[in-house]
Ligand binder design. Sequence first.
Ligand code: ZN
Length: 133
Amino acid sequence: MVLKLDHIGVAVSNMEESLKLYTELLGLELHGTEVVEEQKVKVAFLPVGDTEIELLESTSPDGPVAKFIESRGQGVQHLAFNVENIEEALAKMKEQGVRLIDEVPRYGAGGAKIAFLHPKATGGVLIELCQRG
Ligand code: ZN
């Protein structure tokens, strides 16, 4: 069902500082940034091989990324798996009784269709399903 690891979402409190680490120290290339208003987050895309690091900086103190940092500190926030058909994948999860955050997909960064599974159902890892194109 999963095609590949689409990206790893990393919550950061200072985008500029974190970008320096990933571009200057690790030599990754910044492939643009985007603000996702609905999620109150600024996203920076850094491809690495077949996947991507997504740096997430909250644009508001009450956004989900700000809340994540408040309770758990900066760091890996979610894993995103690329699926062929997100509706099908969600239906399968529901059938298996997996608790979902998003019952229906919504649009995330880069116009991808995304949906989150509840971390309580996935051993504490916030998992995003993501369908592109
Ligand atoms: Zn993501």
